[in-house]
Write a protein that binds this ligand. Structure first.
Ligand SMILES: NC(=O)c1ccc[n+]([C@@H]2O[C@H](COP(=O)([O-])OP(=O)(O)OC[C@H]3O[C@@H](n4cnc5c(N)ncnc54)[C@H](OP(=O)(O)O)[C@@H]3O)[C@@H](O)[C@H]2O)c1
Length: 326
């Protein structure tokens, strides 16, 4: 098989393209012939040793992928060769094949496009868990999404709309704001040009958003929390800007607001039945056309470094894929 290998934790530049023996599935595993894998921000962190999960070296990065089962190990009865599946884990996807424990594999319903499946569970699972489960979003509330044209951000825009919210999408360029309106945002704020706090005042008649969905951290966290509505919920999703905000706690007191942590991977590990039910509901929304991954660009697997460069330099409009077999 062909694979990108992380042999040292020196980042994307140190990844190596390797020809390796195609692995055989062990008992309880199946082998996936990978058709597409998507990039998620944690893929950047894991190859620098900066992510919670730290696989033993060398490893193949790529947390999310989809393809066709092409071999099953002993004892696997729930999957068959030829079946389309998706996988979300910590690594293994930036390769032509991967062997994975059958318990981690998601069977795909008919009509679920493989490329969409490769860019689905991580972002939509995270945003559903954040907004609906942790944030208790109700129809009619206003949601502010920061980094709204990114992977989890664009999923959050779509899920909040599907749940009946009014969505204000905030992002760093006019092109990103345009994309957010195309996927359903009611209003946008280009925070490279506009003052976030003032724009939120204007757009909410001074009331503020009921929910702030924040996968970015950095400099916009404090103005966003200052703007939040009475009984608001501030969802701490990630720190793509690189710095972890330290915020004055009196802001939470003054608004009767909650700072709510979101850790989807741990939710999947600790509450597998609840997370499987959430993914099944999201898949149903997908088949109804209520949500659909925004694919920015597709790269041949061998061009993974270019895809990483687009993500790290903040150019991606939605999700990036590496694909094969086309
Ligand atoms: N809590 C969880 O369970 C969970 C699950 C999945 C992901 N995450 C986290 O969520 C964050 C976003 O992940 P993602 O896969 O959606 O990433 P992504 O597609 O790259 O989106 C990240 C967005 O952050 C903004 N950003 C601001 N400063 C940036 C910088 N210096 N470098 C890169 N982006 C920057 C960009 O939007 P603008 O240019 O518009 O500002 C970008 O669109 C990451 O921190 C990730 O670790 C958390």
């Amino acid at each position: 098989m062909q694979a990108w290998l992380c042999e040292t934790l020196e980042g994307v530049g140190a990844l190596r393209w390797r020809e390796l023996p195609t692995p055989e599935p062990a008992a309880g595993e199946l082998r996936v012939a990978i058709r597409a894998a998507s990039l998620n921000f944690p893929d950047l962190l894991i190859v620098e040793g900066k992510y919670q999960a730290k696989p033993a070296l060398p490893f193949v990065p790529g947390a999310e992928f989809a393809g066709i089962v092409d071999a099953v190990g002993a004892g696997v009865t729930t999957f068959a060769v030829g079946q389309p599946v998706a996988v979300v884990g910590t690594h293994g996807g930036f390769a032509s094949h991967a062997c994975v424990d059958a318990s981690r594999v998601i069977p795909l319903p008919a009509g679920f496009a493989l490329e969409d499946a490769a860019a689905f569970a991580f972002t939509y699972g995270t945003s559903q868990h954040a907004l609906i489960d942790r944030g208790a979003l109700r129809a009619g509330e206003t949601v502010l999404v920061l980094g709204a044209a990114g992977g989890v951000g664009s999923a959050a825009v779509q899920i909040a709309k599907a749940a009946g919210a009014r969505v204000i999408a905030a992002a760093s360029s006019a092109a990103k704001c345009r994309l957010c309106r195309e996927i359903g945002a009611d209003a946008t704020i280009d925070y490279s040009q506009e003052d976030l706090r003032q724009a939120l005042k204007t757009l909410t008649d001074g009331r503020g958003p009921d929910i702030v969905y924040d996968p970015v951290g950095g400099a916009f966290a404090e103005p966003a929390l200052r703007s939040i509505a009475w009984r608001g919920r501030y969802l701490v999703v990630g720190f793509a800007a690189g710095s972890i905000p330290a915020l004055p706690w009196n802001l939470a007191l003054l608004k009767g607001a909650a700072i709510v942590g979101v850790f989807w991977g741990e939710f999947v590990r600790r509450e597998p039945q609840a997370s499987a039910a959430a993914i099944a509901e999201l898949a149903h929304w997908y088949t109804q056309g209520r949500i659909k991954p925004v694919i920015d660009r597709r790269y041949p697997l061998q061009e993974l470094p270019e895809a990483f460069e687009r993500m790290a330099s903040r150019q991606a409009l939605g999700k990036l894929l590496v694909v094969q077999g086309n």
